[in-house]
Design a protein around this ligand. Structure first.
Ligand SMILES: [Zn+2]
Length: 393
C-alpha cells in the first residue's frame, strides 16, 4: 500500500514525495494506520520493492494479496498513466463495501474501480468483489498483469488461457467485443486481448490491440486472418485418429456407438464449427457440438422440424450432468451459452444441413449421412470448413 491514515485522520501518500529523505523526515515519529481496518502499518523499503506500507499482521479484510514488487510497480504506473487524462485516486477505500480499490476514478461516464491483479485470486473472491462494486454502482475494471499472460510477442500464435485468466474477459455492452485488459508496468502499455476462436481449453486464437492509454471499449479490427484454419483441420484429424479414443471421451464414445452405431472417430464433419459466442463454453468445440448434434439433430429424419426450445433443453441436461461445462464469466454482461447454440444451428443452416423457418424452428434438409472411412472424413472436414468460410465472406 502507498496510502495510510495518520493519527489526525488525514491521509498520507508515499507517492507524493520523490526523495527518500523527505519521506524519512516527514514520517519520523509518526504512526500510520490502515484506512480499512485501522490496524497499525509499518513502512517497508527494500532494494527491489518500492517504499510502501504493510500490515504488521495479516488480518486485514480489505487487502487480499501480499504486494509483490510487480504489483506495487503496476499500481504506480497505472495510476500515473490514468493521471494524464483523469483524476484517479490511489487506493481508494470504500467503507460501504469494505473494499480498497487499487485505483478509483470518476468520469462523466461513470465510476470505476481499477484492480490490478498479478496473483491468482479465487473465483469466489473475484466474483464477490465484482458484485460488491456493482452493487455500489461502480464498474470494476479488472486488469491482469501482462506477465501473467505469458510471452509478450504472442500476437499470432494461440494462447493457453487458464480459468483464472478467462475470468477477466469482459463485455460491458452489446456493441463491444469480449476482451481481456492487461497492463505492463515496465512499458506502461495496455494490451487488449480479444479471443477469436478456441479449439479447446488450451488453444485460443486472439487478436491484440495495444495502447498507451486506458480505453473503456476498445474496437478491434475485423479478423481477416484464417491462420487457425490449418491448425483446426489438423486438430480435427487428431480428434478422429487419437482423441476420440481417449478416456475423457468414453461417455461420448459409448453414446455415439450405442445410439448412432458408428465409432466416434467417424463423427459427422459438421460437428466443430466456429461460432462467435464460443467463449461461454469451456468444453472443447467438437465435444459440445457432438453432444448437441447427437442429442437433437442426428436422428431427426429429413424434412422434420428441429425446435430450438428442445435443443436448449437437451443442452441444459448435458450441463446438469457435466458432460458440457460452461465458463464462469462474471464480467460478461451480454449474451450466454445459448447464443453459441443458436449460432451453431445457424452455422448448420449456412452449410445446408438445416433451413431456418422461424427464429425458433429449423427444418432438417437431408437424412444424416454416414462417413465410410477416415480418409473420407478428412476430405469432408476440409470441404465443410471451406463451404462455411465462403458463407462468411
Ligand atoms: Zn487493513
Amino acid at each position: 500500500m502507498f496510502v495510510a491514515k495518520m493519527k489526525n485522520g488525514s491521509f498520507f501518500s508515499l507517492l507524493d514525495w520523490k526523495k527518500r529523505e523527505d519521506i524519512e523526515r516527514l514520517t519520523k515519529g509518526e504512526s500510520f494506520y490502515c484506512p480499512a481496518c485501522d490496524s497499525r502499518l509499518q513502512i517497508k523499503q527494500g532494494q527491489v520493492r518500492r517504499i510502501h506500507f504493510a500490515h504488521t499482521n495479516n488480518s486485514c479484510k480489505a487487502s487480499t494479496e501480499s504486494e509483490s514488487p510487480y504489483h506495487l510497480e503496476g499500481k504506480v504506473k497505472l495510476y500515473e498513466t490514468l493521471l494524464q487524462n483523469n483524476q484517479p485516486i490511489l487506493e481508494h477505500y470504500i467503507p460501504t463495501t469494505n473494499q480498497r480499490a487499487d485505483i478509483y476514478m470518476e468520469t462523466d461516464y461513470g465510476r470505476y474501480a481499477f484492480e490490478f491483479q498479478c496473483s491468482s485470486l479465487s473465483a469466489a473472491d473475484f466474483n464477490r468483489r465484482t458484485k460488491l462494486y456493482e452493487k455500489e454502482g461502480i464498474r470494476p475494471i479488472w486488469i491482469i498483469g501482462r506477465e501473467k499472460l505469458g510471452p509478450q510477442d504472442r500476437t499470432v500464435s494461440p494462447l493457453k488461457l487458464s480459468p483464472f485468466q478467462w475470468r477477466f474477459l469482459q463485455r460491458p455492452a452489446p456493441h463491444s467485443s469480449p476482451y481481456i485488459t492487461s497492463f505492463c508496468p515496465h512499458r506502461s502499455i495496455f494490451s487488449y486481448i480479444q479471443p477469436t476462436f478456441s479449439l479447446n481449453s488450451s488453444t485460443t486464437y486472439i487478436t491484440m490491440k495495444t495502447s498507451k492509454n486506458w480505453i473503456e471499449q476498445p474496437v478491434f479490427k475485423k479478423e481477416q486472418s484464417t491462420l487457425w484454419k490449418d491448425h483446426y483441420l489438423h486438430y480435427k484429424k487428431k480428434w478422429r485418429y487419437e482423441y476420440s479414443f481417449y478416456k475423457p471421451y468414453q461417455k461420448l464414445r459409448s453414446y455415439c456407438y450405442g445410439k448412432m452405431h458408428f465409432p466416434l472417430s467417424l463423427f459427422p464433419p459438421e460437428i466443430g464449427l466456429p461460432v462467435p459466442s464460443f467463449y461461454h463454453i469451456h468444453t472443447s468445440i467438437i465435444e459440445w457440438q457432438a453432444w448437441l448434434y447427437f442429442d437433437s439433430i442426428y436422428h431427426a429424419p429429413a424434412s422434420s422440424m428441429i425446435l430450438l426450445p428442445s435443443v436448449l433443453k437437451n443442452f441444459r441436461f448435458r450441463l446438469k450432468s457435466s458432460d458440457i461445462v460452461k465458463r464462469d464469466l462474471p464480467l460478461i454482461k451480454v449474451g450466454s451459452y445459448e447464443n453459441a447454440i443458436v449460432e451453431y444451428l445457424d452455422a448448420l443452416v449456412a452449410i445446408g444441413v438445416l433451413r431456418r423457418e422461424t427464429p425458433t424452428i429449423y427444418r432438417k434438409l437431408h437424412d444424416s449421412g454416414r462417413l465410410p472411412s477416415l480418409d473420407e472424413a478428412l476430405r469432408r472436414d476440409r470441404f465443410v470448413l471451406e463451404t462455411f468460410l465462403r458463407t462468411k465472406q
